[in-house]
Design a binder for this molecule. Sequence first.
Ligand code: PGA
Length: 247
Amino acid sequence: MGKPLIAGNWKMHGTAESARKLATQLSQHRSQDAVAEMIVFPPLLHIPAVSDILATSSISIGAQNVSQYSNGAYTGEVSAEMLLDQGCKYVLVGHSERRAVFGESDQTVAEKFRAAQNAGVIPILCVGESFSQRQQDATLEVVAKQISAVIDLVGLDKVCQSVIAYEPVWAIGTGETASPEQAQEVHAAIRTQLGKAGRSTTLLYGGSVNKGNAAELFKQPDINGGLVGGASLEADEFMNIAQLVEA
Ligand code: PGA
């Protein structure tokens, strides 16, 4: 059984002030001995301020993106080591917005995964099918291929030491969510692909998670928590969802 985890992806929203406010609200309400680990993923520029606020809390910090390169002449990039230096324990790799809008290939995602792990930052590998791929019944194949690309580069054991988030592209930011059965089917397939070493890998579901649909999703045997976008921007809503991971 994977360790329970609740992650909030703030995407490219807010200001330094709103990030500080949200972090302060979360740190005031999150108990030190909560069972699930809570992680927030602020915009990169807001990470130092959020990191200061959360330093004495039990809430971890992650980044939304990382360079596949470790250092050097890569204008505009941020390395995994720099993220670690700013207090990031986790980083998202392969989010569907990075894949679709910024053209990140399976190979690039795998290289980012490797760069993160090499620096000691835990990658959260995001995978998921588009609406047309689901209609063509290709969901399990698409997800397996996205994961295989990383296994091919770093090996199965390293992938099992990470976190994997299944996020159907058609459910992200749309208000539409996979049914608990649809989500569980994919999570079970991922668990099977990982084999024995993946029994304790944390698998998250993401895609329009809110306090109304989270309970049923998190009850599924192979879902260990959630990666929440829109609903993580409001402290009360995110705290409510977090409680459902622990229910
Ligand atoms: P959403 O985003 O909860 O707003 O659908 C999820 C994600 O992109 O990780």
